[in-house]
Write a protein that binds this ligand. Structure first.
Ligand code: PLP
Length: 389
């Protein structure tokens, strides 16, 4: 039997405890004398299996005890107190593709955002190659509502990356469900601490665990959480046949990192807000977006459905050269892609060529530095970048 299987959160206590308490205990097994609190990674391609194929662990592409604990932990954070199914993957894209490709069939229609993560157009090509129709619409103003009719699956990314638009998840879910359309929400940017898509009615919460979930920029991971056992079985089957599985070391590191998610998120979200407020006062900055800013066009909707507004801020400088000067003048902020890590990162997003953003567009991810240090660094870099121009 599964010696690591915990009893689960006692009934009635899930909502009574706070996010920090939940995070430090999430997914831990029942304490066993002389055993560690969080068992180490289990490195196994196969498990002893005399006789019939029974018990939870037989082959490492199907199940692994280190995943079991991590999956339980993520499920507890995404849907406290609920029975949910969580399936971890090798990366966020593995999780995204698993939902889309396991649920849609030839002739089905899938609705994607047209301003989502830059790998989505590649997924779109793949879906279309399989004879699946794809419609797109922007995240803002709930524009996907207009193209929902008859769709099998609606894919929502809110807040969207990198434009940080927000849509009303409940409103989209209600309309989608009325028409028999499933809804998946990419929860990467918000993390389960910032938003709980299943509570908002979504069928799937899907995310890259590479970002704020784990927060150290040292691993790739993805996950899918859903309530319906049949939907979960389809996603699990997809993982088995594609084999996009998380390594035990990555899974363990992710679980270890989850214990600090609330500490990290609180500091990072506060830093993001402070940076956004500082940028709001700058004449050299345009197109500032942060859903936590009271003046942001997304703020009202975000405040209704989010529990925190995330670590990413986006804004635009006058042109490519201006943005590059800003990037190279920063001392505390690494010029790197990705987001959600404890070390602040930023990039001129246009360098990838995949997003419809101006040349001077910066995606900024606030880390866990001291707020004053980070804000001072950003303002100093802006002053330098402006002067050199
Ligand atoms: C919103 C969003 N979804 C999915 C992904 C894919 O995640 P991964 O890089 O872990 O495959 C990313 C990566 O940046 C992302 O920003």
């Amino acid at each position: 039997m599964n010696e690591y299987a915990p009893e689960g959160t006692p009934e009635g206590t899930a909502e009574a405890i706070g996010d920090g308490t939940r995070a430090v205990r999430a997914g831990l097994p029942e304490p066993v004398k002389n055993e560690p609190t969080l068992p180490g990674p289990v490195f196994a391609a196969h498990f002893h299996l005399p006789g019939d194929v029974e018990g939870p662990y037989a082959y490492g592409r199907d199940t692994n005890p280190t995943w079991t604990l991590l999956e339980r932990a993520i499920g507890e954070l995404e849907a406290p107190g609920e029975e949910v199914h969580t399936i971890v993957f090798a990366s966020g894209m593995a999780a995204v593709s698993a939902v889309l490709l396991s649920q849609a069939r030839t002739g089905d229609t899938v609705v994607l955002p047209d301003d989502g993560y830059q790998a989505l157009p590649l997924v779109r090509e793949q879906l279309e190659a399989y004879g699946i129709h794809v419609r797109t619409a922007p995240t803002g103003d709930d524009a996907q509502l207009a193209v929902l009719d008859g769709a099998r699956l609606l894919w929502i990314e809110t807040p969207s990356n990198p434009g940080l638009d927000v849509c009303d998840v409940r409103r989209l879910v209600d309309a989608a469900h009325r028409g028999g359309t499933l809804v998946a929400v990419d929860n990467t940017l918000a993390t389960p601490l910032g938003q709980r898509p299943l509570e908002l009615g979504a069928d799937f919460s899907v995310a890259s665990g590479t970002k704020g979930l784990t927060g150290h920029g040292d691993l790739l991971l993805g996950y899918v959480v859903c309530r319906d056992p049949e939907l979960a079985a389809g996603v699990r089957r997809w993982r088995k046949i594609v084999g996009a599985i998380a390594g035990p070391m990555e899974a363990w590191l992710a679980h270890r990192s989850l214990a600090t998610i609330q500490l990290r998120a609180q500091r990072q979200w506060a830093n993001a807000l402070a940076v956004a407020e500082a940028l709001a006062g700058r004449p050299d900055v345009t197109g500032l977006r942060y859903p936590g800013l009271a003046t942001d066009p997304s703020h009202k909707t975000a405040a209704r459905q989010m529990r925190g507004f995330g670590s990413v801020v986006s804004f635009t400088l006058s042109d490519r050269a201006h943005a590059e000067r800003f990037m190279s003048a920063l001392h505390l902020v690494e010029d790197a892609t990705s987001f959600g890590g404890v070390r602040s990162t930023a990039e001129r997003r246009g360098r990838w060529g995949g997003d419809a953003v101006p040349e001077g567009f910066i995606r900024f991810s606030a880390g866990a530095e001291d707020t004053e240090d980070l804000v001072a660094d950003v303002l100093r870099a802006l002053d330098r970048a402006g002067r050199a121009g």
